[in-house]
Ligand binder design. Sequence first.
Ligand code: DGT
Ligand code: MG
Length: 379
Amino acid sequence: GDATAMLIKSYACQRRTPLKHHNSFLTEALEILAQNAEYNDNEGRSVAFRRAASVLKALPRRVRSMEDLRCLPCLGDHSQRVIKEILEDGSSREVESTRQSEQYQAMKALTGIFGVGVRTADRWFREGLRSPDDLIRTGQQLNREQQAGVQYYDDLQKPVTKAEADVISDVVEKAVHAVLPGAEIQLMGGFRRGKEVGHDVDFLITHPEEGKEERLMPKITNWLEEQGLLLYQKTTRNSYLEKMDGPARASSNMDRFERCFSIFKLQESAASCKSNCSASAEDVSAAHEHHSEASGWRAVRVDLVVSPYSQFAFATLGWTGSKLFERELRRWAGQEKHMSLSSHALYDNKQNLYLRAKTEEEIFAYLGLEYIPPSERNA
Ligand code: DGT
Ligand code: MG
């Protein structure tokens, strides 16, 4: 019915988007086209498909006919054509041919390597390379990050479970408290939104006494390295700011954001080993063909971010996601409120001042938005 359809607002940050919804048969198709547009460096087209998919995720029931889409925002002609075809024929030819295409599959495999972006993957694709194996076979020049990406490719392709994220949380907490008692650690990203699996585990770290968090990251990574828990790490100071579109006005306290891209060596617990290795000898030997079951550990991508306490609310909001939700928040701030939002600050371009906040709720209030809890930011 239209009655519900008309309640759907046009920015994702104005809507509640639960993790589980009723239209994955449509959203997965649209997201393949979005992903493919990204592989072809067409950001506008990619975002259009992602916005269309996101609107369908917010609907209270399954879409059964084009009538159900009347009055919905963000559904362009192309998205509507795809939806119509799926509703009528069960699938879309464009989506299926994209899914099967050599370019899509190769770009997916290549960008799936830690440290490889669309630009590099595209260059390799043009040179005839299709997979991590091709990179090894042809002796491609790889940077340190990409070497680790290729080395741990199989493990990093396997989804990280919430149980594994909880084990890593304990390890990170131990590391952080060993080097800075009183520091606070928060699980971010998809797991904070209630996801049961993720591609990595994201953490935000701060200390209530402003300044105590300075130069914290090297201490954390040193501690982890001494314990033999890191397979790879690269700490960058403040790369986020240059890359993203936060307030251009430099502020001295913004230079303190530190981020660590890492690969953890996660010991598989006795419990999970037991459940994997219980049954027959045949099962056991099959399981042991894979290195991690055989060796008792697996590689897991972990992102650590350190934030000054004064920016913690903005960092929390910025690192919870989803990516589309974040993007829509910034677009709302700029277009509707003449404000600039980043993971560091909120700047009011009309009053020419920074708006301070201690909680995410305050930031939503400044932006004139109803508060959306993390579990409903799955746009
Ligand atoms: P996942 O890990 O695939 O299950 O899903 P998420 O939602 O955890 O995605 P992830 O880990 O790529 O990023 C977590 C959130 O952190 C994401 O929703 C937005 C934010 N984020 C990630 N990378 C960046 C970045 O380079 N800059 C900024 N500002 N935010 C980022
Ligand atoms: Mg994540």
